[in-house]
Ligand binder design. Structure first.
Ligand code: GDP
Ligand code: MG
Length: 695
């Protein structure tokens, strides 16, 4: 059996989906988080039920990509049942979709979600009465706490077994007679979901009328004839879609009133409204957003917490602890290998290859998790939706709408889902632009680079350095967008309509899920792709072209030769001039495959090697910090960081861009633009910096 979850954006579908399936899909206090449908297996029931999480929609008229996905699924793939999840605190608006779902033949159960919030707002909804009015079961639940969910599944299983008769608000309207004629006509022709299609035809839904014309011209004419007999109220100006919408609202307000006692006092500001007076202030809104972001970086990266000299911020403190733990591990490994008298190459591979490579990135895990915790809190509380609202106007200047802010925000996590997330954007031009700009939003895999370099090169203002990387990336994105808009990608930007969700206390469960996903992803990548790659890097840096072992990390190794050959391309950027600089070049190159590789490659290449055995008392991260401070100047570090930020993010992102752009030419164009932007910005930073006497 398959049950589909349908409901308005932000009604709690994904929260319920995760609760039902034990899944970890992304929940956000943000309309439009789910673009595609997701499937999982329900663990509440004895038998297996597949649960499909559909994208959030306000109606079944296919105007947006989300509506197309949801409607096609319900109408064409015929799930056994639809669970219509409605937000009890916003009942009337949510039921607008319900009236359309009632028009299909698919069994339907209404999940009255957020009943906890409705209770605390003093709304008293009688589910029995509501069920009586609508003719389908209504089960009050709280997806957040799990209350009522078992009951919902039980009711759903019972309803799925029985068939349901479609019903429409139009039956009780002025055009009820003509409507029934059309339904009968369609039913005679054995059309599935005749009521649903009849309403759509009456509305004049373009997709439906065209389809019918193609299939049966005679039927189409017949229906046009019936429709012409209808006299609409003068104020509706012969707009059938408006007439149908009007009928829905009248029906809802008539019925709902009978099921709801007590209501919010309309003229009083809710707590949410009051907070918004401050946070979405026209002038102060954006500066406050930047200030909050700065505080987040301060907590995560600063070496002088609360501006107290030498006091580590929580993030730095945790990073230090992890580093100590890592050195303890590598010392133990080295001792074990020495005791067992392992071969020299084996010690080299394990200690100078894998441990040095992975160790260099692993100690940043606490900071990565912390940053994501803060971002998740800002998102789950509903604040990020405000940020999108604030950013809509400025984004418009760059040919994007506030709707593009969400994919971009996801880009701070990982470019891959972010690129897939650009599907919510309606215009193709906007989608291309968003994909093109995506790498400029620093993703999680790049974080070890910022953390390592800010600790090594800018220890006194590490938080500011990382903040500057993030804002610098955004600034480059803005400038690039302006240029592209004036040249290649001219066109209209679609309007941005988003309701602001109420502020909510972020749920611990969903925050932990976010973090767990992040942690799992990081550890899996570190122990598979990155570990494998470190072995390759170690090999390439310890052997020469005739495959005999050379002095570790010498210029005669395969990587040394490769780096040396490519170095001239990077020389104008300032970090490939000095001796040993091929190492930085190789790190940039491996970074094109996966950004974690930048630091893990450096961990291997700048490692003093077995003779030093420095890993015995110091770990890879601390060793590399010291080394980088010798090799880089602040200016060459800035250039190096910007190149890594702006160039090809990783091979997975290239694959995602390829899937979304559909076309080799476009992909090639985007890749070229990434490399071009990275090179030019790094070039400008280094050369303007040198010119005005920075070092
Ligand atoms: P979707 O857009 O429909 O998938 O909605 P989400 O599952 O992403 O949830 C939107 C927001 O509502 C999140 O902040 C959830 O934590 C919150 N939420 C979901 N269910 C409940 C509930 O039963 N009670 C309360 N108070 N909040 C909920
Ligand atoms: Mg969702």
């Amino acid at each position: 059996m398959r049950f589909a979850l349908a409901g308005n954006p932000n009604s709690g579908k994904t929260t319920l989906f995760n609760r039902l399936t034990g899944g970890a899909a992304r929940v956000g206090n943000w309309p439009g988080v789910t673009v595609d449908k997701k499937e999982g297996i329900c663990k509440y029931s004895a038998g297996a039920i597949a649960i499909v999480d559909l994208p959030g929609i306000y109606s079944l008229s296919p105007y947006t990509p989300e509506e197309v996905v949801a409607r096609n699924y319900i109408i064409e793939e015929n799930p056994e049942l639809v669970i219509n999840i409605v937000d009890a605190t916003n009942l009337e608006r949510n039921l607008y979709l319900s009236t359309q779902l009632l028009e299909t033949e698919t069994p339907l159960v209404i999940a009255l979600n957020m009943i906890d919030a409705a209770d605390s707002e003093g709304l008293k909804i009688d589910p029995q009465a509501l069920s009586g009015e609508l003719g389908v079961p209504v089960v009050p639940i709280s997806a957040l706490t799990g209350r009522g969910v078992a009951d919902l599944i039980e009711t759903a299983c019972r309803s799925a077994a029985a068939s349901r008769k479609a019903s429409s608000v139009l039956e009780h309207s002025a055009m009820g007679g003509e409507f029934r004629q059309i339904v009968n006509l369609l039913a005679e022709k054995e059309v599935e979901h005749p009521v649903f299609h009849a309403v759509k035809l009456l509305e004049g839904d373009k997709l439906e009328t065209d389809e019918l014309k193609n299939r049966s011209g005679a039927l189409s004419e017949e229906i046009t004839r019936i429709k012409s007999a209808i006299k609409l109220d003068a104020e509706l100006e012969n707009d059938f879609a408006a007439a149908v919408a009007d009928a829905r609202y009248k029906y809802i307000s008539g019925r709902v009133r009978r099921a709801v006692a007590g209501s919010r006092t309309a003229d009083k500001l809710t707590a949410s409204d009051k907070i918004d007076l401050v946070l979405t202030n026209k002038i102060l809104g954006i500066p406050m957003f930047l200030f909050f972001m700065y505080i987040v970086f301060h907590l995560t990266f600063s070496n002088s917490f609360l501006w107290v000299e030498g006091l580590p911020s929580p993030g730095v403190w945790l990073q230090g602890l992890t580093e100590d733990f890592m050195s303890f591990l590598s010392a133990a490994a080295l001792r074990l290998l020495t005791e067992r008298e392992a071969a020299e190459w084996a010690r080299g591979l394990l200690v100078d290859g894998v441990l040095a490579g992975i160790g260099a990135i692993l100690s940043f895990l606490p900071q990565i998790l912390m940053l994501f915790l803060f971002l998740s809190i800002m998102e789950d509380s509903g604040y990020m939706a405000r940020a999108a609202f604030l950013m809509d106007k400025p984004l418009r200047r760059f040919g994007l709408s506030g709707k593009a802010f969400l994919p971009m925000l996801m880009g701070f996590g990982c470019s891959v889902p972010a690129m897939l997330g650009t599907r919510v954007l309606e215009s193709e031009k906007e989608r291309h632009l968003a994909i093109m700009l995506m790498p400029f939003f620093s993703c999680g895999a790049k974080l070890p680079i910022w953390a390592m370099f800010s600790a090594a090169i800018f220890p006194d203002s590490a938080d500011l350095a990382v903040f500057a990387v993030y804002t610098g990336g955004i600034a480059v994105a803005a400038v690039t967008a302006v240029i592209l808009n004036r040249t290649v990608w001219r066109g209209e930007t679609t309007p941005f309509i988003m309701e602001l969700p109420s502020y909510r206390m972020p749920g611990a469960r969903s925050l932990l899920l976010h973090l767990w996903e992040k942690l799992k992803g990081f550890v899996v990548r570190a122990s598979t792709v990155i570990a494998g790659a470190t072995v390759v890097i170690w090999f390439l840096s310890n052997f020469n072209l005739s495959l005999s072992m050379v002095e570790a990390n010498s210029a005669g190794s395969i990587l040394g030769l490769l780096g040396g050959a490519v170095a001239p391309f990077f020389a104008p950027l300032g970090f490939a001039g000095a001796e040993d600089s091929w190492k930085a070049v190789v790190a940039v190159l491996t970074g094109l495959i996966a950004k974690e590789m930048v630091i893990s490659t450096m961990g291997i290449l700048y490692n003093p090697g077995i003779e030093g055995d420095a890993l015995a008392d110091e770990n890879a991260g601390a060793l590399l910090t010291g080394k980088l401070a010798e090799v880089f100047t602040p200016l060459s570090a800035a250039s190096f960081m910007m190149f890594n930020l702006l160039s090809i993010p990783c091979m997975a992102a290239v694959a995602a861009a390829n899937a979304e752009l559909r076309g080799f030419k476009r992909l090639a164009g985007v890749i070229f633009l990434w490399l071009f932007t990275a090179w030019s910005v790094a070039f400008l930073i280094f050369n303007i910096g040198s010119f005005i006497g920075w070092r």
